[in-house]
Structures are given as structure tokens and as C-alpha cells.
Unconditional design. Structure first.
Length: 296
């Protein structure tokens, strides 16, 4: 069975076609037109390109930086604002002549890694994308857990757990609340904290490199970051207790994170013991589009 996945991002739209074993048969990406009808046209064209090239029709899944509301049937919470309030799955389905499944891109990431990535074979997978922002998704037995409100996995918009006096009421989030996890552990939040302490860097990777070269400010910022990440993930473990946590996004490429987290998590997990694996993704930037294909 041919499975077609589409990743609708703010700057690019990517399509991939997989065979039944997950082998990639086709891939193409184009710039995202920042208008709704033009976005529909672009996705339709990409799917048609894949099918004409491969000579067969496939199922279609789409990952978006938002969700389909289970109440209105319309897109909500998307930072690609031109798709908000639109029946994206219905409109695409009418154009392509078949049902189209649409899910949050972080949920697609979790599904991709659960099916044949670094969490393959695990029942409950919590997938985290830590980049400019901080998103997460839940896959249970290889399927998206969207939840009754369609917001399953939106952990980044809970407050940072166990805040210190120095942290409380210090950040504002685009969602309208203060002190969200995203504002502290996203790559953007990591850099913000480092600069507030007097450092100068443009990415978390750069801060990690400075730390490894002996920079005192970078070392202190990284220690704060790791403690905040451990608190945030322990919060998930206390609620969901997933079989594995998979990290994606730019910050996931800081390799020193992985040997350090196992020693930090038990401090915050109930019972003071924790062996939940926290692993790096396998498919990197391709996980979202592969996960969209695996929605079927």
C-alpha cells in the first residue's frame, strides 16, 4: 500500500511517499504559500506529482502546526495562521477524491518514531520537538492520541514545574499565559536565558559548544537548562509514565543531554526512581512527514 505524507510548515511544504515497509519512494518540497487556497493548490499538486511519478494512488495524511478541532471541524492553534478556521481535511479530501487524515505535526513526529524510528515497538511514546518553540505528541500503539479536545501532548503550554522564585512570573508566552514550559526549554528560551546572564550566542548548539570549551556562563546556563528540562519531563512521567521519550528538533542534537538526564529525572519523579529512556530521534527533520504518511 502506498502511503503519502505531507508536512505543512510555515516556510515549506514537503511530501513523501512510502511503501508498506516504510521505504521512501518519492520526496519533494516547495515553499509554503501564505494563503489558504494557494496552500490547498500546493498540497494537491504535490500529491498528484507523487502519484503520477509512481503510477499509483495512495492514502494521504497531513501534519500541520495546529489541530483540527473535534467540535467545529476547523483548524485551530496553528502558527500558520491562514489555515486557522478552515476545514482543511474536508477541503483536501474533496480535491483529492478520498479521505485525508490531518494531525498535529508533533503527533506525527511521535507516530513516525513509534512505527519504525527510535521508539519502534514501544506502546506509549512521548515525542518532543524542541526548536524555536516546544511541541510534543503522544503515540499509543503506533497511533496518535489526540484527546477529546484535540490537544493531546500540548505539554509545552503548562507552567514550568517546581518554579524557583527567580523563575516565577518572568516569561510571557504567545499562548497568552506566563511561565510556560516552552518559554524556558525551547531553543529560543535557552538562548534568552543565556543572554540574560550576560552571554552571547544564537542557538542552543552554540551554547553547548561554548560550555565544552570551558565558558563559565555557558556552563551555568546549560546546568539551569538541564534542570528545567528534567523537571518538565518528570512532570510528563508522573502523569503518563511513557515507555520512552523521544527528542527531536534542533536542541535534540546536543548529545551531552542524553547521558546527563537519567541522573536528573529521579529527583523529580514520584518515588525518586526513574528509568524512562530518553532517546534521540532517528529520522530528524523527516520524522514529521513520515509520521503523516503513517497516519494510515
Amino acid at each position: 500500500m502506498l502511503r503519502i505524507g505531507v508536512d505543512l510548515g510555515g516556510t515549506k511544504i514537503e511530501v513523501v511517499a512510502l511503501d508498506g515497509e516504510g521505504k521512501e519512494l518519492f520526496r519533494k518540497r516547495i515553499p509554503t504559500p501564505r494563503e489558504y487556497i494557494a496552500t490547498l493548490n500546493a498540497i494537491e499538486s504535490l500529491v498528484n506529482d507523487a502519484e503520477s511519478t509512481l503510477g499509483q494512488k495512495g492514502s494521504v495524511g497531513v501534519g500541520i502546526p495546529g489541530v483540527i478541532s473535534p467540535f467545529s471541524g476547523l483548524v485551530k492553534n496553528a502558527n500558520s495562521t491562514w489555515i486557522n478556521g478552515q476545514p482543511l481535511d474536508i477541503d483536501l479530501g474533496e480535491r483529492l477524491g478520498r479521505e485525508v487524515r490531518v494531525a498535529n505535526d508533533a503527533n506525527c513526529f511521535a507516530v513516525s518514531e513509534a512505527i519504525d524510528g527510535s521508539a519502534a515497538g514501544k506502546g506509549v511514546v512521548f515525542g518532543v520537538i524542541i526548536g524555536t518553540g516546544c511541541g510534543a505528541g503522544v503515540a499509543i500503539n503506533g497511533k496518535v492520541h489526540g484527546g477529546g479536545n484535540g490537544i493531546g501532548g500540548e505539554w509545552g503550554h503548562n507552567p514550568l514545574p517546581w518554579m524557583t522564585k527567580d523563575e516565577f512570573n518572568t516569561t510571557s508566552c504567545f499562548c497568552g499565559n506566563k511561565d510556560c514550559i516552552e518559554t524556558f526549554i525551547s531553543g529560543t528560551g535557552f538562548v534568552r536565558d543565556f543572554k540574560a546572564a550576560g552571554g552571547n550566542a544564537i542557538s542552543g548548539i552554540e551554547i553547548a559548544a561554548l560550555m565544552e570549551s570551558g565558558d563559565r556562563l555557558a556552563k551555568a546556563a546549560f546546568e539551569r537548562y538541564m534542570d528545567r528540562l528534567a523537571r518538565s519531563l518528570a512532570h510528563v512521567i508522573n502523569i503518563l509514565d511513557p515507555d520512552v521519550i523521544v527528542l527531536g528538533g534542533g536542541v535534540s542534537n546536543i548529545d551531552v543531554i542524553y547521558p546527563l538526564l537519567p541522573d536528573l529525572l529521579p529527583k523529580y519523579v514520584l518515588g525518586r526512581e526513574c528509568r524512562t529512556p530518553v532517546v534521540k530521534n532517528i529520522y530528524g527533520g523527516s520524522s514529521g512527514v513520515r509520521g503523516a504518511a503513517w497516519l494510515w
